[in-house]
Design a protein around this ligand. Sequence first.
Ligand code: UDP
Ligand code: MG
Length: 309
Amino acid sequence: MQKNETLSVIIPSFNEQDNIQRTFHTIRKILSKGHIPFEIIFVDDGSKDDTFNKIKELSAQNQEVKGISFSRNFGKESAIFAGLESACGACCVIMDCDLQHPPDVLPEMYRLWQEGYEVVEGIKTSRGRENPAHTLFARLFYRLISNATGFDMSKASDFKLLDRKAVDALLSMPERAPFFRALSSWIGFCSISLPFEVQERTYGSSKWSFGSLTKYAIRNITSFSGIPMQFVTLMGWLMLFASLALGIQSLYKYFSGTALEGFTTVILLQLIIGSVLMISLGIIGHYISRIYDEIKARPRYLVARKCGF
Ligand code: UDP
Ligand code: MG
C-alpha cells in the first residue's frame, strides 16, 4: 500500500468571496510545482456573502477542493478544528484565506515535515501594516498569554503545519473553547520554527474590531490560565496591609490625643473595598461562566452543508 503523503490545507473563511478562487489557484500552483499531493478544505464560518457558493463551484471543478459550511459564525478556532476533523492528510497546514500567510512557504514546511518534524510553526518576522493601537494591544495580549502558557507567543501565528500525530492529539482535547495557537505549542512534539513575512490583505477587510479582539484576548487568557484569579488574592493581601497601616496610624493618633477626622477616610475605604470586591467577583464570575459553558458541552460548531467529501 502506498504511504499517505497528502498535505491537507485548511482554510477558515469568513466573508471571503473575493479570495477563494485566487487563494486556491495560488496554492495549487505552488504545491503542484513542488509535486506535493494535497487537498484543500475551505471552512466557511457562517459567511453572509457568496463564500460557500464560490467553494462549491471550485469543488465541482477540482477534486482536491472540499468545503464545510457552518450554520452560523462560530469563530476561527472552531473553523480550524472542523477542518482538522475532516482532513485525511498525513499532515495538515492551517492558513488564512486572505493570503496573508504566504503559500510560497508551504513547500519548505512540507520538506521539514518529511525530515521528521511533527510541528512546523510559522513565526511572524513582522506584523504587517496595522494601526499602532492594535500593535500595542497585541503586544500586551501576547505578554500576558506568554506568561500564562509558558511559551513565547509574541511571534506565534495560526500558520502551522501539524503531523497526523499532533492533529490527533489536538482533536482528543474535549475543551469547548480551544485556543489553537497556544494548544499547538502545549502539545509538544518535535517542532521547528519557520519565519515568514505577513503579507498585505488585497481583497476584503480584516474581521477584527477592537471589541472582538478584547473578547478574544480575555477568552484565551482565561482558557489557558488561572492567574487572573490570583489577582483576587493579591488585592486581598494589599487591602489587608493597607488596613493594618491605617489602623496603626489611627491608634497612634488616638493615643497622642489628636482627634480623628474619619468620615472622608471611611467613605474612601468603602468605595475602594467595594470596587475591589466587585472586580474580584467579576473575575471569579468569568471563570464560573466558562465552567458553565464547558459543562453544557455544546458542540464547538454545527455544520449546515458540505461539498466535495
Ligand atoms: N475568520 C474566520 N472566522 C471569523 C473571523 C475570521 O474563519 O469569525 C478567518 C478569515 O476568513 C481569515 C482568517 O480567519 O481567513 C483571518 O482573519 P482576518 O484576515 O480577518 O484576521 P487578521 O488577518 O486581520 O488577523
Ligand atoms: Mg488577515
